[in-house]
Each structure stands twice: as C-alpha cells, then as structure tokens.
Write a protein that binds this ligand. Structure first.
Ligand SMILES: Nc1ncnc2c1ncn2[C@@H]1O[C@H](COP(=O)(O)OP(=O)(O)O)[C@@H](O)[C@H]1O
Ligand SMILES: [Mg+2]
Length: 248
C-alpha cells in the first residue's frame, strides 16, 4: 500500500504531540508491573494516525498518558512544545484543555446531565480555557449536537440515548473547546458495525474539516486502512507497521 492514502491531507506538518521514553508501572500488591517500557511516539499536525495492538498491550495506558490524564512513571510527553508532565498540575490542565480532546470507548458521560450539559460542562469549568458565558456556551453545544444529528436529543440524559448517540455527544464534548489534537480510544469498539461506521465517518469528517491531528486506537483493519499511518503497540513499545511506512 502506498504511504499516502487518498484521504491524505498532504505533507506532514510539525510535531504537535510526542512521547519520549515513556515508562509506566502499576503497583500490584507488593509488586510493580511495568506496562510501558520506554515508548516513543510522534503525532504531526493534521495527521490521521491509527494505533493497533493486542488487548493488554498498553494502548489505553499510553493514550491516557499522552492525553495528560495519567502520569508516566518515567519519560516525557511534549505537547505544543511544552514538557507537559514537568508542569505544575494547573498549567498542565490548561494545556490539556487548550489542545486535547479525548474520546473514550465507553463514553464517560455524566449520567445526571443532559446532552447539552455534558458537552458544555467540561469547557465551562476549564481553568484558563476560553471563557464562554452560559448562553453562548449552550449555543455552541447545541450547534455541534445539531450538526451531529442530535437536534432532537438535546435534553436527553445518557441513559435515554443509544450507544451511537452517546458517542456523538462525547465527540461533541471533545471538540467543544476546539482542540488541535483528538485522541480516541476504540471509539467504535462498543458499537454495532453499522452504528460504528457512522460514528467513525463523523469523527473522520470532523478531523478533516478541522485539520485535527487524530490518534485513533482500533482493532479494525478497515479503520486503520482509512488512516495515513498505522503504528503497532507491542510489548509496551511502539513498533512501526511495515504495511504503512512512515512518509519521509
Ligand atoms: N490501573 C491499573 N492498575 C494495574 N494494572 C493496570 C492498570 N491499568 C492497566 N493495567 C494493566 O496494564 C496492561 C495494559 O492495559 P491497557 O493499557 O488497558 O491495554 P490495552 O488498552 O492495549 O488493551 C494490562 O495488563 C492491564 O491489566
Ligand atoms: Mg484499551
């Protein structure tokens, strides 16, 4: 397969997110289990990158570290030129809010909030993020949700939404603050094939429209075929996939 997929946005841009020698250990009782063994990684502006790998390989752990949600035991995450895990927590939170949207396999919506509130809330409480008054924040959220086909579901709570609808709400939330990097951990992994395809189309359309750098974890070869580059995580390290050589 050629290195440049027809969906390609063109030449590789600057590196917006990078990992350097990232290690992560978890304490299991008295013992420590190392899951990531010095993973290196680069994501470029506007790039559509897939990460694959066996279950348990450490993909979610790695994404949480890249997304500044979980601290590495060792190593560095560089986001927009900043060494994110060396910053004080409040500055790291501001950096995350400004640059990163995160989509989880199981949505992580707040059950007591309706769709609009789920989209707005993280942005409204984001420290140092863009300030919206309540009204303009709601309007932005309603615009996003309507564009995602949820105009008739604005006041539904997560329990009143289907899986595909929940994931659309979660994608709207991730995009609410206009990040430049979108990280998605098996975003269609919990959906039936047809629903998953529609959610994936939406995600990829937004990636293209907004020129996002997208890091997408998937088990699905059809999804990775729609990415410009595919990496494989194996034994706690990132291995390049020979089927999709990195464009030089
Ligand atoms: N909080 C945790 N505590 C202990 N072990 C964990 C924790 N999170 C993940 N692990 C372990 O790390 C390994 C990698 O998990 P994960 O990153 O979820 O893999 P993947 O997403 O590739 O399936 C697994 O063996 C898992 O059990
Ligand atoms: Mg996982």
């Amino acid at each position: 397969m050629s290195a440049t997929h027809p969906d390609s946005v063109g030449s590789a841009g600057e590196v917006v997110l990078a990992a350097r020698e990232v290690r992560k250990s978890f304490a299991i009782g008295e013992r420590s289990l190392e899951v990531l063994h010095g993973a290196d990684f680069e994501l470029r502006a506007s790039e559509r990158l897939c990460l694959m790998g066996a279950s348990g390989a450490g993909k979610s752990t790695f994404l949480h570290i890249l997304g500044l949600l979980e601290e590495p035991t060792e190593g560095h995450v560089l986001l927009a030129g900043e060494d994110a895990w060396s910053l004080p927590a409040s500055r790291r939170a501001a950096l995350r809010n400004r640059h990163i949207g995160f989509v989880f396999q199981f949505y992580h919506l707040l059950p007591e909030l309706d769709a609009v509130e789920n989209v707005v809330l993280p942005g409204m409480i984001a420290r140092d993020g863009p300030r919206f008054d309540r009204r303009s924040g709601r309007e932005r959220a309603i615009d996003l949700l309507s564009r995602f086909g949820l105009a008739e579901r604005l006041q539904h709570r997560p329990a009143q939404l289907s899986g595909g609808e929940r994931q659309r709400v979660a994608i709207a939330r991730a995009l609410f603050l206009d990040p430049k990097v979108l990280i998605a951990d098996e975003p269609t992994g919990n959906l039936d094939t047809q629903t998953g395809e529609r959610v994936l189309d939406l995600l990829l359309d937004e990636q293209r429209r907004r020129n996002l750098a997208l890091l997408l974890v998937t088990h699905d070869e059809r999804i990775s075929a729609r990415c410009e580059r595919t990496l494989v995580m194996e034994d706690g390290l990132i291995q390049a996939d020979s089927a999709h050589p990195v464009p030089q």
